[in-house]
Design a protein around this ligand. Sequence first.
Ligand SMILES: CC(C)(COP(=O)(O)OP(=O)(O)OC[C@H]1O[C@@H](n2cnc3c(N)ncnc32)[C@H](O)[C@@H]1OP(=O)(O)O)[C@@H](O)C(=O)NCCC(=O)NCCS
Length: 215
Amino acid sequence: MASQIGPIARAIEDVRTVQRRDPAAPAWWVIAGSYQGVHAVWYHRVAHWLWGRGFRSYARLMSQYARRVTGIEIHPGAQLGRRVFIDHGSGVVIGETAVVGDDVLMFNGINLGGTTMSPGKRHPTIGDRVVIGAGAKVLGPLRVGPDARIGANAVVVKDVPDGATAVGIPAVIRNHPGPTEASTAASAVDSGDSHRHPDPDAPPEPIREPAMYYI
Ligand SMILES: CC(C)(COP(=O)(O)OP(=O)(O)OC[C@H]1O[C@@H](n2cnc3c(N)ncnc32)[C@H](O)[C@@H]1OP(=O)(O)O)[C@@H](O)C(=O)NCCC(=O)NCCS
């Protein structure tokens, strides 16, 4: 979740993420000019910046404008990690208290939503490298562990363990590999705490792809 690079470098990183993860990716300038999932993340970055500095009305206006032009609604209070890629995008809704880790891949029609009207933490926390299939709904202040996979159209209402695959309505865990198996399946699952605070002096870690790309 670190944000150690400037906005231009992050935008370039976003485009490179699409080039790496979308087998149908066109030229970089087509991605930058037309991918609604990329644009939604960019709009959100500005809205989140405004939100964090107390300009909440402007932040909401920005996020609603983004929804109108991209079909993707991300509340300005939501926290998104680096290299998050929303593929296709239309119909995605991400709530105010959602936290999305680094290298998360989402498809169209997903909802990181709440189940209560009460303020406070009411949306999910999604770990690094999670893949969320098209149409999935992840509801409530639950935790989806790093490297987990949520099947298309699943409705997730309970925590998902690290590296597990959750499918169906309500979602059930189809397999729950141990750490060694998970490392094999994902090729490079973080063996430590994926949500640790990064050491600013440490050399940059290699980017790890979501597990879906190793199956
Ligand atoms: C969840 C997912 C990652 C599982 O992939 P996998 O590990 O290869 O798993 P398998 O295909 O071997 O399926 C394992 C079991 O889960 C079931 N299953 C898989 N995906 C499912 C889904 N979305 N909903 C319900 N059941 C599902 C399979 O039928 C199988 O059941 P079985 O063991 O009784 O035969 C994948 O099926 C999926 O849904 N990916 C999302 C893809 C997507 O959204 N693409 C959009 C592109 S625009």
